[in-house]
Design a protein around this ligand. Sequence first.
Ligand code: MRU
Length: 367
Amino acid sequence: MRIDGRPYRTIWTADDGATVVVIDQTRLPFEFATRRLRTLDEAAGAIRSMVVRGAPLIGVTAAYGMALAMRPEASDDAVRRAHDVLLRTRPTAVNLRWALERMARVLLAAPSSERVALAYREAAAIAEEDVACCTAIGHHGFAILQDLAAGLGRPLNVLTHCNAGWLACVDRGTALAPVYAAHDAGLPLHVWVDETRPRNQGAALTAFELGAHGIPHTVVADNAGGHLMQRGLVDVCFVGSDRTTANGDVANKIGTYLKALAARDNGVPFYAALPYSTIDWRLDDGVAEVPIEERSAREVTHLHGRAADGRVLEVEVVAPGSAAANPAFDVTPARLVTGIVTERGVAPASRAGLAALYPAEAPRGAA
Ligand code: MRU
């Protein structure tokens, strides 16, 4: 995607062919800055501190983290250590485990003398694959938006939660890929952007990238969605996912479930868009089984923002002394999901639906 007319991805290798460069998402939307990752620990730290975030990008950064880890030592032990260090960074997005297992499998099958070059090649392949998946998701999701817009006579209103755009991936995004495809094809649309407390990925990141692409959008408080749907102001919800289980349950940023409930009550279609690397074929009941990240209470008790003098500040918003809890994800049961938009097409949110799209990956007997 373009920032000030210059094309960017969210992650790339520097001219030295070794250093990994990422966009520092903790500085957006007020400052566009990049961060250089030179070691395994720096890659793990970038994921943990959410310099990079979003399920697909977490996976790609972890893959490059494995490559960085191979530079000082490429033994079997070093492969396993790097895998374990990176796996501990964040618990919910399964793209992390998927990318690490793929990297470890490829690296352990090769002689250690070849592992550095191989690791960079494989990480780059994962990144390219992510772009291809997101482009295909955009194509399939665009068809849905086109159908919904037919005969409307006004811009289509899409509601999205958190950031599942290009900043959450390598390029294009998952939930926002159809929006970009539709906008680029001249389909008039408008996006309701949930601010997405507590970290405000919607207000800070989704609004930033939609604005940079010239897409009409409005940021709303997370609590506004139900009201907007009752008033007929939302035609469709599109969200991403951090882990979708084999039966079609969709784990995504906290608050997604409430939007799905409101969508169901108001007859608004609710789609989750995700690449195959987000499907966890080992789990069959998202509500019971998906590990939900519990983040610092400080993200709830404090807010970041820019003051009138331009300084970015942290301010306290909760009565001092009150306890705060911060579950970072929730699970939307498959029955509330109209369809799952993948790189292979749109599946009903069910075990049979996903198995029909991925017959080789689905557990036997799933269909
Ligand atoms: O905590 P984050 O910012 O990593 O959470 C991101 C989300 O929940 C996204 O909606 C999700 O990763 C969708 S993937 C494009």
